[in-house]
Ligand binder design. Sequence first.
Ligand SMILES: Cc1ncc(COP(=O)(O)O)c(C=O)c1O
Length: 454
Amino acid sequence: MRDLLLDLHLTTRKQRGLEAALRDAIRSGRLSPGDALPSSRGLAADLGLARSTVVAAYDQLASEGYLITRQGASTRVAAGQWIPEPPAAGRSRRDYRIDLIPGEPDASQFPRAAWLRCTRDVLATAPADLFAYGDPSGLGDLRTELAAYLRRTRNLAVDAEAVIVVPGAASGLGQLARLLRASGTTSIAVEDPGFPFHHAILGREGLQLVPVPVDAEGIDTDRLAATAATAVLVTPAHQYPLGAVMSPERRARLASWARQRNAWIIEDDYDAEFRYDRHPIGALQGIAADRVVYLGTSSKTLGAGLRVAWLVLPPELRQAMAEQRGRDSDVSQLTQATLAHFIARGDLDRHIRRMRTLYRTRRNSLIAALRSALDHPDIHGISAGLHLTVTLPSKAHEEAIIQDSLDEHRLALWGLNQHYRTQPGAHGLVLGFSRAAADFDTSLTQLAQVLHAH
Ligand SMILES: Cc1ncc(COP(=O)(O)O)c(C=O)c1O
């Protein structure tokens, strides 16, 4: 058992104090991925706490994605997204290149000229109340444009009243989690593997996470039905991170599960605009608008710095959401008006078409680099989105490749295993091909060198 020095501020909320100290130890790098924590009994004795307090704190941090708990084995620190953030005294994050970390589009390609023209038009013509407080649900013009865009491109059953504008899918998910919690939902099923950042948001709002495996057709609906969850978070268009497209049969089963159980499906449609070798597939919301809450974002098409995303709510949740929303998650009206104009003029469609071509080329280069370095690489999820996944034979391979890329080339990579809530999960790399990178090709050569060496 390891000793653990925690910076504890135990007031009356002992569990909260312990959680904060553990989080701090992990974020600051004093506890590293893979480190075993003391047993709950041992730590409780050391700190003079009830064992149940330690167990509850460990569980909370596991649901936030910081720890991995396993029956009969030590609780360990999960490999997390904070890895590239080294301790303050060491190298700063800027010392690492994050060209192949998935998540963001190429910021250098932001359509500045078109956006400038739209901003000018809006400033020249908008009524004065654009610069006053607006409707907390979003600007009417943008909700109308988004509804039309989503009907046309994603086959949603939606009108403007169903759309709510939020500053990021993450914000929308947090608001939804709060709403579900307030209406009595205690647990939510999540895809395993899935997106740890979203799992952490749900955990922070007090929802118990129930991991459900995914396969080549998407989430396993039989396993889902065997849980007691009354909500589920899914990525049907392009499963994150493995890339499966949910099959029509699974979609139908998921919809009927939700109807039978009166459950909610949260559809995270984060990168569906980008598809390469297959026909577009409509959103799940289109076949179950009564049970699906749809989440879309501009973070992948335009840029995460814009902070504009949207929720599409089923009728039953609209009133409760309107009552819950304050002004703490408004999006700038000027930005909303500009985006509405940008969509109306066809600029968004044009930009996406242009980016699709660019990303297809980059994706092909990444696949070629993997094929040059590995014999018959096992690559998943290449037909859509901004990332792909390549599996590796073992944990040792994954860890060594990530470490060597950092040490030898300052190239940060994301491991696949950290996306699993249930261990042992698969091992590999989740590789983005959309970052702004003048040296994208250099990153690929370096990645291929490291892979080849292993
Ligand atoms: C799976 C997934 N969903 C959603 C998002 C979009 O997040 P946001 O709109 O909060 O920027 C991301 C961004 O990384 C993502 O990877």
